[in-house]
Design a protein around this ligand. Structure first.
Ligand SMILES: [Zn+2]
Length: 344
């Protein structure tokens, strides 16, 4: 919703909200004026000397912000504030990791357009884009719980609930006055599809790793990475995932999201997943590529189309060794299964 003011208030930004009927009053449209926060410039990533391997760069995207509050929590928290707190904690942890560096696409309570979120990631030459959100289940499903990890699907959502969630998250672009399908003719859509193929494979792989890491800190909403057409993930050149940290509409989960120690665990799980991914698939010229021989992955998350033989070959072990290390009765694997990788 956009509010218009007839008076000039250059230093203040309007925020409109619809209040439900109370006592004799019907629905009320309330326009609040808040001091406008200046968007902070994108912080530069860790400096490297010429010839030295560069760190991988992770662009952390705190969902919503400013006039777009996102979902409303069970006791009134706004998603935009939770996402920013998680994003800042994630940046703090990434920056202290060897070979990793992070930037924030938003570092305050202001609205950032989708294109600007991408632009900041691209300017920082990000290797990964992680959009942080908090889910809500409107209506009577306040027991819905658990985090989930999403990747883009341009061909359809993994469920009806997935489609509804994407609709809700995508609405942010309408709040900012930009049409979702702005300038998107069919040719552009086809080109985007082609370019996205490789990026989507990488997105899938990193999403699987992050989901496995999140499972270590509590039950996830679903066992598998989910797919829907999130516009914020439609970057053709940067692998992108969206993490719904928890259900803000569930009072117990809202409380946990407000707890700094839980946010620390959440961020640590995302770092863990990203670290595992970069160890397995280090981008060229990075610290991870330079140290590849030190990192023998100890586990593998089964991705789509992977067979026992393919996984064994990739890790330089025989299928038999892989089978016995994981006590597998048959060679059939399910996407998302975690395999221990024995020494080669
Ligand atoms: Zn959101």
């Amino acid at each position: 919703m956009r509010a218009s003011c007839s008076i000039s208030v250059p230093r203040y930004g309007p925020r409109a909200s619809l209040l439900p009927p109370a006592e004799k009053l019907g629905y009320r449209l309330v326009v609040d004026l808040y001091p406008k926060q200046k968007p902070a410039p994108v912080k530069t990533v860790k400096q490297v000397l010429p010839g030295e391997p560069r760190p991988v760069v992770i662009a952390i995207d705190a969902g919503h912000g400013g006039e777009d509050p996102g979902a409303l929590g069970a006791t009134g928290s706004h998603e935009k504030n939770i996402t920013l707190q998680v994003a800042r904690e994630l940046k703090r942890q990434i920056d202290r990791e060897p070979g990793m560096s992070a930037i924030l696409t938003r570092d305050g309570d202001y609205y950032v357009k989708r294109e600007d979120r991408y632009r900041k990631a691209r300017e920082a030459r990000a290797d990964l884009f992680v959009s942080i959100h908090a889910d809500a289940c409107p209506g009577s499903c306040e027991t819905a719980r658990g985090s989930s990890v999403w990747v883009l699907s341009t061909r359809g959502a993994s469920s009806e609930a997935a489609r509804r969630l994407a609709d809700r998250e995508n609405r942010a672009d309408l709040i900012g006055g930009v049409s979702l399908d702005d300038k998107e003719d069919s040719l552009a859509a086809v080109l985007l599809d082609l370019q996205q193929g490789a990026t989507m494979d990488a997105s899938n792989a990193v999403a699987e790793h992050v989901l496995v890491a999140l499972r270590q800190i509590g039950p996830t909403h679903r066992r598998q990475v989910e797919r829907a057409n999130f516009v914020v993930l439609r970057s053709p050149d940067v692998p992108s995932i969206l993490v719904e940290t928890a259900f803000i509409s569930n009072p117990a989960e809202e409380k946990r999201l407000k707890d700094p120690s839980h946010r620390e665990k959440l961020a640590a799980a995302i770092v863990d997943g990203a670290r595992n991914y970069f160890r397995m698939m280090p981008p060229q010229g990075t610290w991870f590529a330079a140290n590849a021989d030190k990192f023998r992955p100890s586990r593998h998350v089964v991705g789509r189309g992977e067979t026992l033989a393919i996984i064994a070959e990739r890790h330089g072990v025989t299928p038999g060794k892989l089978r016995s290390a994981n006590k597998l009765a048959s060679d059939s694997l399910r996407v998302g299964d975690v395999l221990d990788i024995p020494a080669g």
